[in-house]
Design a protein around this ligand. Structure first.
Ligand SMILES: C[C@H](O)[C@H](O)[C@H]1CNC2=NC(N)=NC(=O)C2=N1
Length: 285
């Protein structure tokens, strides 16, 4: 399989002999799994829970497929590595490899891993085909212990592919059914727009973020980039350029005197702009 499409089909050994992508995939799978083995061997295991047991059972089952259902994958496994798959399409084989690897990654993520060397498993094996509901982005460089970061699950950074606000479109503020959202709803959404804060000005909730730009004119360039997005969305921020190089933006829905999803969509799209070249090395106050 290459770029998500089956490029070759046939008996396992024939495909493997033809030096094809499948051999590359099996090789990458082996490499990734041996990387996991070294992690398991080297990791200081502080504790494991039932999900690890489940993952181990999953692997045991794969090592000696017994029940009929397994015949679909019907792979022969030795210490969790696919060595022979019969009567199944290459796509199924690579599918079961990916599932195996993800099971092992999941079981690892339940260990409290210390002193783990940085590896990027997704590039090694999952690559562009890793279209799972959560992508394992590898173990953060220099990770020394448990991370308190909400996005990191015990050392393995996991990104959920929740609906990305920046992919959404603002709705016209004139629509009758537009209501300001509750404070709780706003607090639930704020983590999806990193860098932005909720502020209450005279009883009106708003989104607020500030930047330090290199110069007054860079500040105006900044405003132009934001204005282009706002015009496309038909939803507009309040722009402030103070003390010549401090950009401050407030976003709220004037039509309802509060916050709507439009404000979060606009904030997310602003976060998606390439502004680095305009920003000062010093951080905003
Ligand atoms: C008709 C048009 O949708 C409205 O005038 C828009 C323009 N941009 C807007 N932007 C913001 N932030 N709030 C609004 O209520 C608003 N209304």
């Amino acid at each position: 399989m290459k770029d998500g499409r089956i490029t070759q089909d046939g008996k396992y050994n024939d495909i493997l002999k033809s030096g094809s992508d499948f051999m590359e995939l099996v090789g990458a799978h082996k490499e990734a799994l041996s990387a996991l083995d070294s992690i398991e061997a080297g990791a200081t295991v502080v504790g494991e829970d039932s999900s690890t047991e489940n993952a181990k059972n999953f692997l045991q089952k794969k090592e000696s497929p017994t029940d009929q259902n397994d015949k679909t994958d019907n792979a022969m496994w030795t210490n969790g590595q696919l060595i022979q798959a019969e009567n199944s399409e290459p796509a199924t084989r690579s599918g079961s490899m990916i599932r195996t690897l993800q099971a092992r990654l999941y079981s690892l993520s339940k260990f409290h891993i210390h002193n783990v060397q940085p590896i990027s498993l997704s590039q090694k094996f999952l690559g562009v085909h890793g279209r799972s509901s959560s992508r394992i982005a590898g173990i953060p460089k220099g990770h020394k212990g448990l991370s308190s970061n909400i996005n990191t699950c015990n050392g393995i950074k996991a990104f959920c592919t929740a609906q990305d606000l920046s992919m959404k479109k603002c709705i016209p503020c004139s629509s009758k059914d537009l209501r300001p959202m509750t404070e709780d709803a706003a607090h639930e959404l704020i983590p999806q727009v990193p860098g932005w804060n909720l502020v209450n000005e005279g009883g009106t909730w708003k989104l607020h973020r500030s930047w330090k730009v290199k110069s007054f004119t860079k500040g105006l360039e900044f405003f132009q980039l934001v204005a282009d997005v706002a015009e496309v969305e038909g939803h507009h921020p309040d722009l402030h350029l103070v003390g010549w190089n401090n950009v401050k933006i407030d976003i709220w829905t004037h039509a309802v005197g509060g916050l709507t999803e439009n404000d979060f969509i606009l904030a997310s799209k602003i976060n998606g702009l390439d502004l680095q070249h305009l920003l000062s090395k010093k951080t905003a106050k």
